[in-house]
Design a protein around this ligand. Structure first.
Ligand code: SF4
Ligand code: SF4
Length: 357
């Protein structure tokens, strides 16, 4: 073994302290309380008596250089030259004086940005990367977000919901995208179509076979070439075979649909964290405005807004009223596909690290 151990090369994100507003740096870990003077604005008060005002505006997440420069110019001119991004693609400007808040909001709105997304509003929808960065999306999550937020802008600017609402989208069925009060996710409805002439050139077949959660893929020979075959009775159309093997074509303009799930909650502030549950499936993946999915999300939100008690998140509300009442209030059809009675995983779920052939 070498005497001197080579130090790791740090290539992660840089130390955030160097970019922090001086008031935040001075009072790090010493915050006493915060208030919510208006939607999109938070005021944090430190033990020392210092105050910091945060103004939040939505952005499109995938930012072009022109927009970034516009936002940074606003930050230099109207804020104190410090910004940060939230996990939901909002930009936040920090100022240490209340008198700077209104001019900052005016400048943001004049440049076309929407201020809001705090407290019990519909926060900015979080989305995955879609066509721009990823190689497996079945829809453009960013497009779904844009189309929906255009229709939900009132709920972003006003805190009229019983509690905060976090909506998420995901552009494939297996990877990122997350737990949300409402989640709009891709749903494949047909097994992959295999392009046999490409498999031998493109895919590592053992890796693809091992990837299938229900062991539905087997090696095969077609026209004298090594390829794969899928047992369509077992396949659950998850799309997990497509990333390591693009010839397993699962994305389809007609059969890749959207599904809506509700009630996911990471927080355990008032009740236990909960998993989201499927409430609408087979919704057309219909760019550029996704009207069918947007209509359902709006229906769920309006039923929640009308019927939930103060501070109930969507999962708390459903726990109180029960699923039958949820389906009545939202007028969504309840079908046999909502009943999770699949027991296949007990026999076939590929939960070991061994490859199977
Ligand atoms: S959700 Fe899937 S397709 Fe979308 S960015 Fe994540 S891994 Fe890629
Ligand atoms: S990985 Fe998913 S989509 Fe591919 S064959 Fe297996 S179950 Fe079907």
């Amino acid at each position: 073994m070498a005497k001197e151990r080579r130090m790791p090369i740090e290539s992660g994100c840089p130390d955030g302290f160097q970019y922090m507003h001086p008031t935040m740096l001075r009072n790090f870990g010493q915050w006493k309380y915060h208030t919510h003077p208006r939607v999109g604005v938070l005021c944090h008060v430190a033990e020392s008596g210092d105050e910091i005002w945060t103004v939040r505006a939505g952005t499109q997440r995938i930012l072009d250089v022109f927009t970034l420069r516009t936002l940074c110019d606003i930050g230099d001119k109207y804020a104190d030259g410090h910004v940060r991004f939230t996990i939901r693609s909002n930009i936040e400007f920090m100022v240490d004086d209340e008198s700077k808040v209104d001019p900052l909001i005016e400048a943001l709105e004049a440049a076309g940005f929407v201020v809001g997304g705090t407290q019990n509003s519909v926060a900015f929808i979080s989305h995955t990367q879609g066509w721009l960065h990823c190689d497996i999306p079945g829809t453009d999550a960013s497009g779904v977000v844009k189309a929906m937020m255009d229709e939900l802008v009132h709920e972003f600017k006003n805190a009229e919901m019983p509690n905060r609402v976090h909506i998420t989208t995901s552009c494939c069925q297996i990877n990122c995208g997350g737990q949300g009060d409402i989640a709009i996710n891709i749903q494949h409805t047909k097994p992959p179509k295999i392009n046999h002439s490409l498999v031998a050139n493109v895919c590592e077949r053992p890796a693809v076979v091992a990837r299938c959660p229900v062991a539905a893929i087997r090696p095969a020979m077609v026209d004298g070439k090594p390829t794969l075959e899928v047992d369509e009775k077992k396949c659950i159309c998850c799309g997990a075979c497509y990333p390591p093997c693009p010839p397993m074509q699962i994305n389809d303009p007609e059969h890749s649909k959207l599904a809506i799930w509700v009630g996911g909650n990471h927080s355990n502030a008032r009740s236990k964290p909960s998993f989201q549950k499927l409430v609408a499936a087979g919704i057309p993946n219909n760019p550029p405005r996704w009207p069918e999915a947007t209509r359902i999300v709006k229906k769920i939100l309006s039923a929640y807004k009308e019927d939930a008690r103060d501070w109930e998140r969507i999962n708390d509300w459903i726990d109180r009223i029960g699923w039958p009442r949820f389906f009545e209030l939202t007028e969504l059809p309840f079908t046999k596909f909502h009943i999770d009675n699949w027991r296949g995983s007990r026999k076939s779920l590929n939960a070991s690290s061994y490859m199977r052939f």
